[in-house]
Design a protein around this ligand. Structure first.
Ligand SMILES: [Cu+2]
Length: 140
């Protein structure tokens, strides 16, 4: 009897552990370390939806041109992309369409900056507050 309870507990622990591992894996796929192409450009695709960015973590190199291809998932909610960092020399604000648009920039220095959607409906929380936010990480 006691053994049955013990085994059941072990099974639940295992399932819980697997569940955590699963969410960890999902988090990993949402991160993109961008490779430098033969022509010296770092190309990455960023998709916005209600209310997330995919990937939500982008890693690029400082001093190397970036081509960010952005679009949004179909839907009624308007979305945009804002990336602002005086230090990195970034001042980007672009509305997202279902058709891809290319944004070009070269981050000057290493660091981390949040990218987000600043849309909001009336008095409701902004899309950024609802989770439409990610991190652009610039490394040397
Ligand atoms: Cu939005």
């Amino acid at each position: 009897m006691n053994l049955t309870i013990l085994v059941r507990h072990a099974c639940l622990t295992l399932l819980f552990g697997l569940g955590l591992a699963g969410s960890q894996l999902r988090g990993d796929t949402s991160s993109a370390a961008v490779a430098v192409a033969d022509d010296g450009v770092q190309r990455v695709t960023l998709v916005g939806g209600s209310y997330y960015f995919e990937p939500e973590h982008i890693v690029v190199r400082a001093g190397v041109p970036v081509e960010l291809q952005v679009r949004r998932r179909p839907g009624l909610a308007p979305h945009n992309l804002v990336i602002r960092s005086t230090m990195m020399g970034l001042d980007i604000e672009a509305s997202l369409d279902t058709e891809p648009t290319t944004i070009r920039f070269t981050p000057r220095v290493a660091g981390r900056v949040e990218f987000y959607c600043d849309k909001r409906l009336l008095f409701l929380p902004s899309h950024r507050e609802r989770g439409m936010v990610g991190v652009l990480e610039v490394v040397e």
